[in-house]
Design a protein around this ligand. Sequence first.
Ligand code: URA
Length: 473
Amino acid sequence: MVISSFDDWRQEARRLVLAGVAPHEADWQGNTGLLDGLLDATGSGDPPRTLRIPRALPELLASAARFRAEDRWALLYRVLWRVVTGDRSAILAGDSDGSELHRRIKAVRREAHHLHAFLRFRPCQATEVEFIAWHEPAHEVLDLGAEHFIGRMGRTRWAIATPDGAACFDGHALHYRHPCPPALTRLAKVVDERGDALWQTYYQSTFNPARLNEKAMRGHMPVRFWQHLPEARLIPQMVSEARAGQQRLAQAADVGERDGKAVLIARERAQPARPTTSALQDCQACAIWRNATCAVPGEGPQQASIMLIGEQPGDLEDLAGRPFVGPAGQVLNDALLAAGLERDALYLTNAVKHFKWEPRGGSTSRGATRLHATPKPAEIQACRPWLDEELNRIRPRVVVALGRTALASVLKMHDPQRIRLADFGGQAIRHEHFWLLVAPHPAAILRSRGDAEVRLAELVAALEQANRLAHEA
Ligand code: URA
C-alpha cells in the first residue's frame, strides 16, 4: 500500500503496533508493498496490551507528518512505538527523536507562516478565477494556510496553485485539488503584473535604508520566494542604494577624522590585505559592488580536490548569495550528473564575485530586469586576490575553468577576449600546484544555437577528465 497521507500512515501504524512490529522491522522507505507483507507476519516486539497514548500525540505526529523528508513515516512510527511501549521521553525535546519531531513541527509552522506572508495574488483572466497565486511551500502546508485568505479576499473567486495541489475558493467554499490541475498551474505561472506596482510602492515606503540588515532580511524572507514576489525585484537596487548611502556617510566621517588621508583610506579598502568572507562582503575594489546585492563567495568542502571556476554570479546567485543556483547552475548540475561527480564534493566559485548587470533595454527604472554584463579586464583583475585566496586555501588538485573569464583570471592574462578556448580544449595543463582544464561555460551552452549538445558533451568530458586527474596518485 502507498502511504500518501497521514491518515494512511495512522491506519498502517496502528496495525503494525498491534502486530508487535518494532520500528527496525518496519521499512517505510519505499512506502509500498513492504508493509502488507509485514502485516501478515508477527513482529518480534511485544505488542502493547492497550494503545494508550497522550492526548497531544496525534496532533504532534500529524503536524510533523507535513514535513517533507524521506524518513518522515519512519520517524513518526519510532516515536509512536516508543510511546506505546512506555517510553514517553520520545516526545520530549531533550530526546533525539523528540527533538527531531519538534524541529519538524517548528519548520512546518514557519512554512505555514511563509504561505501567509509570501503569497501574492495576481488578477487572473479566467472566468472561474479572479485572483490566482503560485506558491512553492517546502512542506505540506497548503491546507494549513489557505483558509486564512477566505477572510482576506471576501467573496472573490481565487486559487492558490502549488507544485502538488491547489486550493480553490469559489466565493462560498474552499476546495482542495490533488494534484494541482495543469490548467491552473499554467494560469498561475502566467504573470499578470497589474497590481505589482502597488506592492512595490508599499514595499518601498516601508523600506528603511538606515536599518538595512541583509542577513536578517534573507532570514525573514527566504530567497526561494523572491522570484514570485513583485517587490523582490526592487531589493537589489534598494540594497545597493542603501549601501552607497551608508558608504557616503562612512567616508564623510572617516575623512572628517583623518584630515587629508581620504585617498589612502580608499586604497586600503580597495585592497584588503587578508581576504576573509566578511571582508569579501565589503570589497569595493572595482565598481561592480554598487549594483549587486552581495558578494557571492565560493562554496564547497575545504578539502575539495576539484575546483570549478565560473565567470561571475548571475541574477539568482546574487539574490541567493550562492554560486551556480540559477539556470546555468542547472546545466552544470546535469553535466556533473552525467560525469558521475557529486556537486557537494566540489568547490564552486567564480572569477568575479559580484554580479555585474545592466537594466534591460538601458532603462534605469526600478524593477527592470537585470541583464548579465561581461566584466571588464580591470574588474577581473580586481577580484583576483579573492580567487588566489581560495586557490591557496583549498589547494585543489584540479581546477576547471568554465569559460574565458575564469581562464584569464587563473592564468593572470589581461584580456579574456584574446583567448581562444579551442586552443586549450581537452588538454590538462600543469599550472602552479594544480592541473588546469578548460571547459565551455554552462551559460554559453544555454545560449548556444545548434551546437549546445556538442558543447555540453565537452563540458562533461572535461569534468570526467577532472575526476580522473583528481584520483590519480
Ligand atoms: N552562476 C555562477 O555562479 N557563475 C557563473 O559563471 C554563471 C552562473
